[in-house]
Write a protein that binds this ligand. Structure first.
Ligand SMILES: [Fe+2]
Length: 145
């Protein structure tokens, strides 16, 4: 997993366009974090660090809200279990200590990077793919906007 660089692949596609589009955005943020880690955060500004953490906070709140709406719309049987994992992820991101981040960005961002990788392997590849199957089996239809 150490050489996983947040590259999108067919293996992570749920087949549900709204989920896949949002997951791609998550991968993009992951790549941004990875890039800073790869250059050991040399020259990174506090603003850049703050922006990336804020972006993650916003992303998880928005994306999980959308996924949870889908689950409710289709009476997903594992809704509560799935939501619990979302809540834990939200809490993790909220708990990133911004003071420590500015003092030692490399150590903190490296931990965040590993957490995001774990999320992909343990949540997106398992829970979200399962949700994607369920939605397709239960007649998922794209909402018209
Ligand atoms: Fe999810």
């Amino acid at each position: 997993m150490l050489d996983f660089k947040f590259d999108w692949s067919k293996d992570v596609e749920t087949g549900i366009p709204i989920m896949d589009t949002q997951h791609k955005e998550f991968f993009r943020i992951g790549r941004d974090v990875e890039q800073l880690v790869m250059c050991h955060c040399i020259g990174v500004t506090n603003k850049q660090l703050l922006d990336i953490v804020m972006e993650l906070r916003e992303y998880v709140a928005y994306h999980f809200y959308e996924e949870e709406l889908l689950m409710k719309d289709y009476n997903y049987t594992d809704y509560l279990e799935h939501k619990k994992k979302h809540d834990a992820m939200i809490q993790y991101i909220l708990d990133v200590d911004l003071r420590k981040l500015s003092l030692d960005p490399y150590t903190i961002l490296r931990t965040v990077r590993t957490f995001l990788q774990d999320w992909i392997f343990q949540h997106i590849l398992i829970e979200d793919l399962r949700l994607g199957h369920y939605l397709k089996e239960h007649g998922y239809q794209e909402k018209q906007t």
